[in-house]
Design a protein around this ligand. Structure first.
Ligand code: ATP
Length: 458
C-alpha cells in the first residue's frame, strides 16, 4: 500500500465507484467527486498526490473542452498538480493535446487495472521526485519558463551553414535565408543575432506575410494618435523596437507590390516615418529576411522587385530540406526524443534501427518541424508496455498521410495501413470497444491491438 492521496473526478458514479474500489487497495486515501465545480474547494483544502480527471462532463459531449478548462483551472490553483486524464477510445488525439497542455499522463477507458495502477504510481512518484529536487512543474515546463537557453542546432548538414553564420554575424550584412517550411530559418536568424555584437539588443521577429495591407505600415513603421480610427495613442513600429538590434522579416516573398515599395524606401533611407506623421526617424537595424518562395523565379515573373532582392540578399543562406540530409534525421530524432522523454516523464531511450530506416524513406514535407511533432507525439503515446526495450519502433510512429510525394515503399505501406485501420475500426464497432473480442476476431494479441489503436489514433 502506497501512502498517497488521490482525487478522482468524473460525472459517472459507476466509473467513480469502480475506480475507487481498485485504487483503495493500493493507495492511502481516494476521494471521489462527481461535480468538477467543487475542484477549487477540494484543491484548496487538500493536498493530492495525483488527480484523475475526466475529459467530458456532460453525457454525449465528447469535445473535451470542459476537461481542458478544468485542467487549466487545476494547474492555476496548484501548478505542481499531477493530473491524469480519463479518455475514451478515439480520444488519443485529445490525450496528446492534454499532455501538451500540462497533464502528466492519460488512461484510456475502459481501463486495464494493471496499467491504471502503473500510471497512477508513475504520477505519484513524479510528484515526490519533483518535491525533492524542486524541479520545474509540468506547466512551467510547457511554458518554457525554466529554459532560458538557446535551442541547439543539430545536424552535420548544418555545419557549413553555421560556419557562414559565424563569419557573417559580426558584420552588418543583410542576410536572406531560403528554405522550405520547418527547415530552421527562424533558428538560424536567431543564431545570427546571438553571434553578432547586437546580441544584447532586441531581436524582433515579424511574419510580414501575415500582415494585411492596412496593418502593414502601422505594424512595421508605427503610427501617431488619430492617424486612423483605432489609433488612440502614438505607437512605435517594429523597426523602431528593433533599433540597435536585429529585425527578422519572415515570409518576405509574400509582400504585395505596394508593400515592397514601402519597405524598399525604408531600407534605402534607413529611416521610418510613423503613419500620420511627417517626421522621419533614423533607425539602426540589422536586417535578416526569410522565405520559402523561389525569389529569383518571382523576380523573373515580375512578382518581386529585383532592386529589393538585391538589397536584402547581400548574403544568401540555403537551408536544405530534411529529405536531402538523411544523415541528420537520426541525430535530430534522438535530440527531440531526449527532450520530450524528459518533459513527459517517459522512459524511451532511442529510435530503433527499423524506425530509423523508415524515417529515412519518408519525404518529410514539413521538414524538421514535422519530425519534432511526430517524435513528441510518439513519446507521449509510448507506454512502457508498447515499446520493446524502451525503443521507439515503427508501430509507435505515425507518418503524415497527405504526403503526396512519398516514395513507393511508403505509399504501399500506407494503403495497407488504411485497410488495417478500417478493419480495426469495423471490429471495434462490432464489439463495442471490447479489446479482448476485437483481438480474438482479428487474430492478434491484445498488446498488438493496443499498439495499432495508438498508432492509428483510434
Ligand atoms: N537543425 C536543427 N536542430 C534543432 N532543431 C531544429 C533544427 N532545425 C529546425 N529545428 C526546430 O524545428 C522547428 C522549426 O524550425 P523553424 O521555426 O526555425 O523553421 P522555419 O524554417 O522558420 O519554419 P517556417 O518557414 O514555417 O517559419 C523549431 O522548433 C526548431 O527549433
Amino acid at each position: 500500500m502506497q501512502d498517497a492521496k488521490l482525487l478522482l473526478v468524473d460525472d459517472d458514479p459507476d466509473v467513480l465507484l469502480a475506480a475507487r474500489l481498485l485504487l483503495k487497495r493500493h493507495f492511502g486515501a481516494v476521494d471521489i467527486e462527481k461535480n468538477p465545480e467543487k475542484l477549487p474547494f477540494l484543491l484548496n483544502n487538500n493536498r493530492y498526490d495525483a488527480i484523475v480527471l475526466d475529459m467530458n462532463f456532460q453525457r454525449d459531449v465528447s469535445s473535451g473542452r470542459e476537461g481542458f478548462a478544468w485542467l487549466d483551472r487545476i494547474l492555476d490553483i496548484d501548478p505542481t498538480a499531477r493530473v491524469i486524464l480519463f479518455t475514451a477510445y478515439g480520444d488519443v488525439e485529445m490525450a496528446v493535446r492534454a499532455m501538451k497542455a500540462g497533464a502528466v499522463d492519460f488512461v484510456l477507458k475502459p481501463w486495464q487495472n494493471d496499467k491504471f495502477l502503473e500510471t497512477i504510481r508513475g504520477a505519484v512518484e513524479g510528484k515526490k521526485e519533483a518535491k525533492e529536487s524542486n524541479e520545474a512543474t509540468p506547466k512551467e515546463k510547457q511554458s518554457g519558463k525554466t529554459n532560458g537557453k538557446q535551442t541547439s542546432i543539430i545536424g552535420s548538414a548544418m555545419r557549413p551553414i553555421l560556419e557562414t553564420v559565424e563569419q557573417v554575424a559580426p558584420t552588418d550584412a543583410n542576410v536572406l535565408i531560403l528554405g522550405e517550411n520547418g527547415t530552421g530559418k527562424d533558428l538560424i536568424a536567431r543564431a545570427i543575432h546571438e553571434n553578432s555584437d547586437r546580441r544584447d539588443k532586441p531581436f524582433v521577429s515579424v511574419d510580414v506575410g501575415a500582415l494585411t495591407e492596412s496593418l502593414f505600415e502601422s505594424e512595421l513603421f508605427g503610427h501617431v494618435k488619430g492617424a486612423f480610427t483605432d489609433a488612440r495613442d502614438d505607437r512605435a513600429g517594429r523597426f523602431e523596437e528593433a533599433n540597435g538590434g536585429t529585425i527578422f522579416l519572415d515570409e518576405i516573398g509574400n509582400l504585395s507590390a505596394s508593400q515592397q515599395a514601402r519597405l524598399l524606401t525604408v531600407l534605402q533611407q534607413r529611416q521610418v516615418t510613423r503613419v500620420g506623421s511627417n517626421k522621419a526617424r533614423s533607425i539602426d537595424v540589422r536586417l535578416v529576411c526569410a522565405t520559402n518562395a523561389d525569389l529569383n523565379q518571382r523576380v523573373a515573373e515580375r512578382q518581386f522587385r529585383q532592386d529589393l532582392l538585391y538589397r536584402i540578399n547581400t548574403i544568401e543562406l540555403n537551408l536544405p530540406p530534411l529529405r536531402e540530409r538523411p544523415a541528420d534525421i537520426g541525430p535530430l530524432a534522438e535530440h527531440f526524443l531526449k527532450k520530450y522523454a524528459k518533459q513527459y516523464n517517459r522512459s524511451v531511450l532511442g529510435v530503433s534501427p527499423a524506425l530509423l530506416a523508415e524515417m529515412k524513406q519518408y519525404r518529410w514535407p514539413g521538414n524538421v518541424r514535422e519530425l519534432q511533432h511526430a517524435v513528441e507525439r510518439a513519446v507521449i503515446l509510448a507506454r512502457p508496455e508498447l515499446t520493446q526495450s524502451n525503443m521507439l519502433e515503427p508501430d509507435n510512429f505515425v507518418f503524415r498521410k497527405d504526403s503526396s510525394a512519398t516514395s513507393s515503399p511508403v505509399s504501399e505501406t500506407m494503403q495497407l495501413e488504411d485497410m488495417e485501420r478500417h478493419l480495426i475500426q469495423q471490429a471495434m464497432q462490432k464489439h463495442r470497444g471490447s479489446i479482448t473480442d476485437v483481438a480474438r476476431e482479428l487474430g492478434v494479441s491484445r498488446q498488438a491491438l493496443y499498439r495499432r489503436l495508438e498508432k492509428f489514433g483510434l
